[in-house]
Design a protein around this ligand. Sequence first.
Ligand SMILES: *Cc1c(COP(=O)(O)O)cnc(C)c1O
Length: 392
Amino acid sequence: MQEKQQSRIHLSPPHIGEKEQLYVREAFTTNWVAPLGPNVEAFERETAAHVGSKGALALNSGTSAIHLALRLAGVGSGDTVFVSSLTFVASVNPALYLGAEPVLIDSDPATWNMSVPALERAFTRAARAGKLPKAIIVVNLYGQSADMDPIMALSARYGVPVIEDAAESLGATYKGRASGTIGHYGIYSFNGNKIITTSGGGMLVAHDESALERARYWATQAREPEAHYEHTQLGYNYRLSNVLAGVGRGQLELLGQRVEARRAIYQRYEEAFAGYPGIAFMPEADYGQATRWLTALTVDPETAGVTARELIEALAERNIEARPVWKPMHLQPLMQGCAYYPHEEGESVSDRLFAQGLCLPSGSSMTEKEQNRVIDCLLDKMKGWGLRHESA
Ligand SMILES: *Cc1c(COP(=O)(O)O)cnc(C)c1O
């Protein structure tokens, strides 16, 4: 019998609360329906206070924030930038905008984030060649901070600034500090799929307020304070609108709840599959708290008897959205020819995570009933093998 098509379960849909509309309405009633305005200023202040950075700059995307951070780091044509390979393309594209060359760094199996041994080898090689990178972009994947201390130590040793791509880790901590505030520059994204959203938007944070002022100037078309619009530098139209900043203010108040909800969802998945052969969830390092923005896991086909891709297909058949783990940048045709440093010589961790990994629906608005639909589907798909396995 044809199963009735059930409502779609998305990977990470927006989850709007009640206060957002109040801030948005305020923007309308005061006619601040322009770029900039009181919501933008308040959203910047409130975000900086929340994460504990000296300042913050609200922008129209996380990608814009990375672009500006790279410019602050002085990245230009022909320079190299070290960047995590296992990430979304937006971590790397801004380096390409500037004519720089990405050098891709593998993941550590213990955190899935930037491998320190790989970064060290990349630095040794770069120093020997007499060409150090202009910046390191460290991605904090799926809601978990990278191990920042050894990365900051290498940054200090070689004098290369760190940009923390914390688009996926807003709300996470590293040794008691907010993820995104440990590097020289940090960026957050408020895209619709992130832990909180403005439908589209981003934020650059830093402790260096004069750097943020320079970025603010570039982001506002590099406009000199002259009535006739005087320009001496190249600028961008990257600021966030006052209406969307209102959404962000309401969302920011909910961040703590959103983190708890996503962690609870992870917990239920973990309990459902604990001890299942061949299933391993992304490990959580003890140096901080992850948000579990997305619950990510690997499926070893040899022991689980099923592949991650088969599970994604089985979920899709029941109108449930799941995704493979990011395809590493060193495997992307766009990055062909870029240098790549695996975790160990001859052992690429991110290749394995891509081949075996998947991300499960993790939205903070997902009900227990919906999550059970996901779990039941996965168990159905895996059970066939489990039974065969036992009777063998
Ligand atoms: C979402 C995301 C970005 C880009 O953010 P946008 O706001 O969509 O531009 C950058 N890096 C990572 C790792 C992301 O997941």
